[in-house]
Design a protein around this ligand. Structure first.
Ligand code: SF4
Ligand code: FE
Length: 483
């Protein structure tokens, strides 16, 4: 079996024994909990769409390892065409879910670890790459969802991992056994981990020789002994417990993050892909971050499409859509959104083959893409709020709308243009609210800022890739300056 259906995916997560805590209590199942279920539904969409003939070309591809048909979310990129299709697939999923669909983190980690393990083996004659390929066959043949885990808590950020007062503030090896290692530490804001089959752990920063115990990469099932997930709160999350559908804004889809604790977790040797080769930690981080910065040129654009569409509808429902400033603001939103897409596509088209055989994006353009993502969705959201109007945040609840006592007033005074029922208008306003201020704002706004690295991380990479010496040389040539 190399492709699962959405239903098979849900059942496979239901069978797992994942240790999840929410509001201080253990969650029975990520499949049934109303706060967690939308997150599962978003990942389910990555399976559902793969079985639809109209999306087959984007959603599936051929494995370069086995030659079998696989879901593109488990792909090791074979060409620049694969990289471009990845971005298009992410835009499609953003449009279908209006949320973070989570499965990209694993895909980006696969490709970073694939090429890095090859280069470690070249230098040290280790067998990490063979192990990793075996792991990838397992992932592809079983169509698994894998959480890519990078971000450590970091404690005092002026200190290296080994110099922290609490040595566990970066995930590390605490015990060595003949058949594997025991790890302790945590990874913060882990997107999608509550409904993933496996977790692929990587180091979070470049490391020096004293950080050997921290230079560790491995994969294990999310329900392995010692893993504890503590779900992060999102703005308006408890609306999902009210049983309403309109007030949540997006009743079907969502994304959820969790603080993921590794409380002395055993990792067998065959699942270890980096162990002490500190000089390769930076390469793994840089490549993973590069791929995930490319990803944002797809997913955020797809979600942006939904937000722009919702905003356009809100203007129509109030009959202001013909005003020239309204038209112009919608054009600006589209312009910003397509600019993000342009750099997502550009860094893919300019990708290149690594020595392992897979394709890496152009790192400069991927970092430019993400740097723009730290800004443009905020402006798109600002324009959406401008055009939606204040009712987006002052509208009565769905229960008031349906109340036998006050419902008639809500209907009468908040009616749309041309006697449009308020219910329709409320649905669109709640969707805009969800994307700009509610649960989906985690994925669309703040994640645009900090996901795949905060803005300054991209500026460091842009500086590194900028080749200023070349720019100065060409300026001197034009100005006829000879040294
Ligand atoms: Fe995928 Fe975007 Fe979510 Fe990252 S933020 S996992 S790229 S949907
Ligand atoms: Fe992300």
């Amino acid at each position: 079996m190399s492709l699962m259906t959405g239903e098979q995916y849900v059942e496979s997560i239901r069978k797992m024994n994942i240790n999840i805590y929410l509001f201080g209590e253990k969650v029975e199942s990520a499949v049934t909990h109303p706060i967690l279920r939308p997150s599962l539904n978003s990942v389910k969409a990555t399976y559902d769409l793969a079985s639809m003939p109209e999306f087959e070309d984007l959603m599936t591809t051929t494995s370069m390892i086995t030659g079998n048909k696989i879901n593109r979310f488990t792909n090791i990129h074979k060409s620049t065409d694969d990289l471009i299709k990845k971005v298009k697939m992410q835009r499609l999923l953003g449009q279908k879910t209006a949320s973070c669909f989570q499965r990209c983190v694993g895909m980006d980690a696969f490709n970073a670890v694939f090429s890095t393990t090859y280069e470690i083996d070249e230098k040290y004659q280790t067998s990490y790459h063979k192990r990793f390929k075996d792991f990838m066959v397992h992932v592809q043949e079983n169509d698994l969802t894998v959480d890519g885990a990078m971000t450590d808590p970091k404690g005092d950020r002026s200190l290296a991992p080994h110099a922290q007062i609490d040595k566990d503030l970066y995930l590390r090896v605490v015990e060595r056994r003949e058949d594997g290692v025991v790890v302790r530490g945590a990874k913060v804001h882990q997107t999608g981990i509550c409904n993933s089959h496996e977790v692929l752990v990587m180091p979070t920063i470049a490391m020096g020789p004293d950080d050997k115990a921290y230079a560790i990469s491995f994969a294990i099932p999310v329900d392995a002994d010692g893993i504890v997930l503590i779900v992060g709160r999102q703005s308006c999350d408890t609306r999902k417990l009210e049983g309403s559908t309109i007030d949540v804004g997006n009743s079907e889809f969502g994304g959820v993050e969790a603080l993921t604790v590794f409380d002395d977790v055993f990792v067998p040797n065959e699942r270890i892909f980096l162990d002490g080769e500190t000089e390769f930690a930076g390469m793994m981080v840089e490549r993973f971050a590069g791929y995930h910065r490319q990803s944002y040129g797809g997913c955020k654009v797809g979600v942006g499409d939904v937000l722009i569409g919702a905003t356009a509808l809100a203007t129509e429902y109030s009959k202001v859509e013909k005003a020239s400033h309204v038209k112009d603001k919608l054009i600006e939103m589209v312009h910003l959104n397509e600019t993000l897409y342009s750099s997502g596509i550009a860094c893919s088209a300019e990708g290149y083959k690594t020595s392992s055989g897979n394709y890496l994006i152009d790192l400069m353009l991927a970092n430019v893409c993400k740097q723009n993502v730290t800004r443009f969705p905020y402006e798109i959201a600002r324009l959406a709020e401008d055009l939606a109007g204040g009712l987006m945040v002052t509208a009565p609840s769905e229960k008031d709308l349906n109340s036998p006592v006050v419902g008639k007033y809500v209907q009468k005074y908040l009616v749309g243009a041309d006697s449009l029922p308020f219910e329709k208008k409320l649905k669109i306003l709640r969707l805009i609210e969800n994307l700009t201020l509610g649960t989906a704002a985690v994925g669309y706004r703040t994640e645009s800022m900090h996901g795949a690295g905060s803005p300054q991380a991209q500026r460091i990479m842009i500086a590194r890739q900028s080749n200023m010496a070349h720019k100065k040389a060409i300026a001197k040539a034009i100005a006829k300056i000879e040294d």
